[in-house]
Ligand binder design. Structure first.
Ligand SMILES: C[S@@+](CC[C@H](N)C(=O)[O-])C[C@H]1O[C@@H](n2cnc3c(N)ncnc32)[C@H](O)[C@@H]1O
Length: 454
C-alpha cells in the first residue's frame, strides 16, 4: 500500500527540484512532486494524483520558507506554464542549476568532476528573441497566451516578462488585427478554425521583426488586409510569413511557408558575425547569453589556426563561423535543409570561405566524411534534447579527434553520451553550465573532453 492517497493533506520537507522545476519531497520513501515548492522548505500540500512509483501534490501553504523564496513579478506566474522559477531568487536558480548538472553527471554518467559556477545574466529579464504563442477562441474573442502546466489550456496573457517587449507588442497587435478581421482560432478538439499560433522573432542587433501566422488552412480570408494592418501598426516588421500546419499535432510549424510581406528571413548579429534566419531554422533565443555560450565553446576548442574542425548539429552555422575564424577548416552538418541554406548564405555574407556544409543526419554524414578522409582535430557537437545517436558517437571515436566540445540543453542525455565516450578513451576535463533561460528550469552545459594519449 502507498503511504499517501489522493486528497491527503500533510506537511512535507522539500529536498530537491526536478528538471521541470517542481519541488521533490519524500513520504516514507515515496516521492511526491510539488510544483512551486523550493528545496529546504516545509510546506503543507494536498495529494492530487498517485502512481506506483511517485505522486503529485498541490502546494497549499509554505510553513517554513526558503531564504531564496521571492515574490514572482509576473501576475499570472502561478497559472501560466511559460516559466517555472520566478518564485526562486536568481542567485538560487544559478546555484541550483549547477547542482543539477553535478548530480546528473554523477548519477547518469558516473562522473565525479568539478563543475564551474553557472554563467548567469546580469539582467535576467526580457531576454527571449522569439515567441511562439498559441491562440484560442473565447466566444467571439481571440485569446493568446501560454499553456497552463501539463495541459493545453491557454492562460490569457498580455505580456511576458521573459520576452522582449517587441515580441509582446507584436503578438498583441497581430491578435487584435486577426480578431478585427474575423479570423477564428483553430480548435484542437474539433480540428476546425484557422489560426493556431503566432510566432514573433526579432533580430536583437538588427531590429528586424518577423511575424509567422501559423494556420490550419492554406486559405486565410482577408489576407491582404491583415498584412496591411500589421505593417501599419508594427513599423519594425520586415517579414510576414504564413506557415500552414494542417495536421493534428503538437508540433507548431507545418512544412509549407508562404511569403506574405517583405523577406523570407530576418538578419541578426552575434559577436560581429551576421546571420540570416528562416522561420524553420534553430537560432538561440537568448542573444546576450549566446555570446557567452559560444565563447566558452571556442575557449574549450583551443584553436590555434591549423585545426580541422567538425561542427555537428550546426543549425544556421553560428558556432561553425565562430570557429572558422580561428581554424584551418570547419565542416558543418545539419538536418534541416532551410537551416543549411542559411548556413551557406551566412558564410558568404561574412566572407568566410574555410567552411563546408552538408545537409543530412549527423550520424549519416560523419561516416561519409570519414570515408572521404576528413580527419578532425576537434569535434563540436550541439545536438537536440535527445542527444547524439550511438552510431554518431561510434564514428566520432573512430575519427579520434584530440578534443570533443559538447554543448547541450539536456544534461541527462549529455551525461549518457559522455559516458560512452569516457569508456572509449576520452576524459571529461571541464564543465560549465550557462543560463540561457533564466526563470525556467532549463540549463545549458558546455563540456570539454580530451583524448587520453596512450
Ligand atoms: C540545439 S540546436 C543547435 C544549433 C546550433 N549549434 C546553434 O547553436 O544555433 C540542434 C540542431 O540540430 C539539428 N538536428 C537535429 N537532429 C539532427 C541530426 N540527427 N543530425 C544533424 N542535425 C540535427 C536541429 O535541426 C538543430 O538545428
Amino acid at each position: 500500500m502507498l503511504p499517501v492517497k489522493k486528497n491527503d493533506r500533510l506537511d512535507v520537507h522539500v529536498h530537491d527540484l526536478t528538471h521541470e522545476g517542481a519541488g521533490v519531497a519524500r513520504v516514507d520513501g515515496y516521492t511526491l512532486f510539488v510544483p512551486n515548492a523550493l528545496p529546504g522548505e516545509t510546506v503543507e500540500i494536498v495529494v492530487t494524483k498517485t502512481n506506483k512509483q511517485y505522486g503529485f501534490a498541490r502546494l497549499l501553504n509554505v510553513k517554513e520558507a526558503s531564504a531564496d523564496r521571492v515574490e514572482p513579478p509576473c501576475p499570472i506566474f502561478y497559472q501560466c506554464g511559460g516559466c517555472q522559477l520566478q518564485h526562486f531568487s536568481y542567485e538560487g536558480q544559478l546555484r541550483q542549476k549547477r547542482e543539477r548538472v553535478v548530480d546528473a553527471l554523477k548519477r547518469l554518467g558516473q562522473f565525479d568532476v568539478p563543475v564551474h559556477d553557472t554563467i548567469g545574466m546580469p539582467e535576467p529579464w526580457r531576454y527571449r528573441n522569439k515567441a511562439q504563442v498559441p491562440f484560442k477562441q473565447e466566444g467571439d474573442r481571440l485569446v493568446s497566451g501560454f499553456y497552463r502546466p501539463r495541459s493545453h489550456d491557454i492562460v490569457e496573457m498580455s505580456e511576458c516578462l521573459i520576452q522582449d517587449e517587441r515580441n509582446d507588442q507584436a503578438i498583441q497587435v497581430v491578435r487584435d488585427v486577426l480578431d478585427a478581421r474575423g479570423v477564428p482560432a483553430y480548435d484542437e478538439k474539433t480540428g476546425r478554425g484557422v489560426i493556431r499560433h503566432v510566432m514573433a522573432r526579432y533580430g536583437y542587433h538588427s531590429g528586424e521583426l518577423m511575424i509567422v501566422l501559423i494556420t490550419k488552412t492554406t486559405k486565410l480570408k482577408g489576407v491582404n488586409e491583415i498584412v496591411a494592418d500589421i505593417v501599419e501598426r508594427l513599423p519594425d516588421v520586415t517579414s510576414i510569413m504564413q506557415n500552414v500546419n494542417p495536421d493534428k499535432t503538437n508540433v507548431i510549424l507545418g512544412a509549407t511557408n508562404k511569403l506574405l510581406y517583405g523577406h523570407e528571413t530576418i538578419g541578426d548579429k552575434i559577436a560581429g558575425l551576421t546571420f540570416t534566419i528562416s522561420p524553420h531554422s534553430f537560432f538561440q533565443v537568448n542573444p546576450v547569453q549566446t555570446e557567452k555560450l559560444y565563447g566558452k565553446a571556442l575557449e574549450y576548442a583551443q584553436l590555434s589556426g591549423t585545426e580541422q574542425v567538425v561542427d555537428a548539429y550546426c543549425g544556421i552555422g553560428t558556432i561553425s563561423l565562430f570557429l572558422a575564424r580561428k581554424a584551418a577548416h570547419v565542416y558543418g552538418v545539419e538536418v534541416v535543409p532551410e537551416a543549411i541554406e542559411d548556413a551557406k548564405q551566412n558564410a558568404l555574407v561574412n566572407e568566410i570561405d574555410n567552411v563546408t556544409y552538408a545537409c543530412g543526419a549527423a550520424e549519416d554524414v560523419l561516416p561519409e566524411w570519414k570515408k572521404d578522409g576528413v580527419n578532425p582535430d576537434v569535434i563540436v557537437v550541439d545536438p537536440p534534447r535527445k542527444g547524439c545517436a550511438e552510431s554518431f558517437l561510434e564514428t566520432m571515436v573512430e575519427m579520434g579527434p584530440k578534443r570533443i566540445v559538447y554543448v547541450s540543453c539536456n544534461v541527462a542525455t549529455q551525461a549518457r553520451d559522455m559516458r560512452y565516450l569516457a569508456d572509449r578513451g576520452y576524459r571529461l576535463m571541464e564543465v560549465t553550465p550557462v543560463d540561457m533561460f533564466p526563470h525556467t528550469a532549463h540549463v545549458e552545459t558546455v563540456v570539454l573532453m580530451s583524448r587520453v594519449e596512450k
